[in-house]
Design a protein around this ligand. Structure first.
Ligand SMILES: *Cc1c(COP(=O)(O)O)cnc(C)c1O
Length: 394
């Protein structure tokens, strides 16, 4: 087997070569899509006694697959974990993590700006079927966490930065509080990608990625990942993934591996463009607020610099005007298309709060008129010109 440790020196070496064993597939530079549902054995003893940790032994596609394994090795290495597990969606990863860590009657602490469907899962399924209670916090002050945790708290759910108003949590500080009460810290790291933030190094226990975003990177695949640092937790998650059945198909894993190859060069461009767009918006007379952690005016810019090494292409802003005017602005854009999701090559615009009531908007701390942009790879000048002409049409 080739020496893999040489590739651990940089993220680009990891995305290019780590976890791949060219000699096992005729030295093809791209691994095959192992499109098989099962693997066969010489004897029954071989089947019953095989070691599941052995990368060269597989039995059944819902348990493991060699193409999926390559992806997992790369993400595990990028996140400095003992390993990672791939899932068929971000939500499959998130719900498997919650159901693995929590028991009936558990208490969860979650940031209010976490991904909506995950909160729906906590408030719906988890509360109704498992008596799990959730306390929501803004998450910007550590006292909010220390003030609501108890011995019953199993899990603290973070998303830093969050993906509508871009608020941050002090990961190291929260991990300290979690340790005292015996809770685990889960963080959605999708915005930063494994390149710009490594939460396991800061004390988090589970890092989640929606690979549908920058890791896939081409808006052609849905997927999720969990990376962990504790081998015991890794074992439990693997066992429950097998039972819940959330492993992605080999073709999806292959697309995620392909996305990873160019992730670093892509997110550098996304970041460069988003910062230029944020600066353009910040000086615009019709804009009253820009939310982008890379701007020195972001209220948590210092914390950002302590725990992140970069930002990516997503930002939001509020105009001086009504939600109707914000909608008109969004609909006047030509290159930015209206759509949810983000992280692909294309620029997108969305009004995530336009159908929320005022009270919910206040709680989520983004006005009804908040506009979210994903800055794609079409070029900074073209995107700013698109915004400029949309503003003129107001
Ligand atoms: C898209 C997204 C998810 C959900 O991922 P799916 O692959 O759609 O299930 C979770 N968290 C964040 C921050 C997201 O943007």
């Amino acid at each position: 087997m080739s020496d893999q440790s040489q590739y651990l020196k940089s993220s680009r070496l990891i995305t290019a070569h780590y976890g791949e064993e060219y000699e096992h597939y005729y030295n093809a530079i791209v691994p095959p899509v192992f499109m098989n549902s099962l693997n066969v054995f010489e004897t029954l003893d071989d089947y019953y006694e095989f070691d599941r940790k052995d990368k060269h032994k597989y039995c059944y596609g819902r348990v493991q697959n060699p193409t999926v394994r390559i992806l997992e090795d790369k993400i595990g290495a990028l996140e400095h974990g003992v390993g990672a597990l791939a899932f068929a969606s971000g939500m499959a990863a998130a719900t498997t993590a919650v159901l693995t860590v929590c028991k009936a009657g558990s208490h969860v602490v979650c940031v209010r700006n976490a991904y909506g469907p995950l909160k729906d899962f906590l408030d719906g399924y988890c509360r109704e079927h498992m008596d799990i209670t959730t306390t929501y916090v803004d998450g910007e002050r550590l006292e909010e966490f220390s003030g609501c945790v108890s011995k019953a708290t199993s899990l603290i759910i973070l998303e830093s930065p969050s993906s509508v108003v871009f608020s941050l949590q002090d990961i190291r500080g929260v991990a300290g509080i979690a340790k005292e009460c015996g809770a685990k810290v889960y963080i959605d790291n999708t915005f930063c990608t494994p390149l710009y933030q490594q939460p396991l190094d800061l004390g988090a226990d589970i890092v989640m990625h929606t690979t549908s975003k920058y890791i896939g990177g081409h808006s052609d695949v849905i997927g999720g990942m969990l990376a962990v640092k504790d081998p015991e937790l890794m074992k439990q998650l693997l066992a429950y993934r097998e039972l819940f059945g959330g492993i992605p198909g080999p073709m999806e894993a292959w697309l995620m591996i392909r996305g990873l190859r160019t992730m670093e060069v892509r997110v550098e461009k996304h970041q460069e463009t988003a910062l230029a767009v944020a600066r353009y918006l910040e000086q615009h007379p019709k804009v009253r607020k820009v939310n982008y952690p890379g701007l020195p005016s972001h209220p948590q810019h210092d914390l950002m610099k302590r725990q992140q090494s970069g930002n990516t292409g997503l930002l939001s802003f509020e105009i001086e005007g009504t939600a109707e005017e914000a909608a008109k602005l969004a609909e006047s854009l030509k290159i930015f298309k209206i759509g949810v999701s983000w992280g692909g090559f294309e620029s997108l615009v969305f009004l995530p709060h336009v159908r929320q009531d005022e009270e919910n908007c206040r709680r989520l701390r983004g006005d009804k008129n908040i506009i979210r942009l994903h800055c794609g790879l079409e070029g900074t000048e073209a995107l700013i010109a698109d915004l400029e002409s949309a503003f003129r049409s107001l």
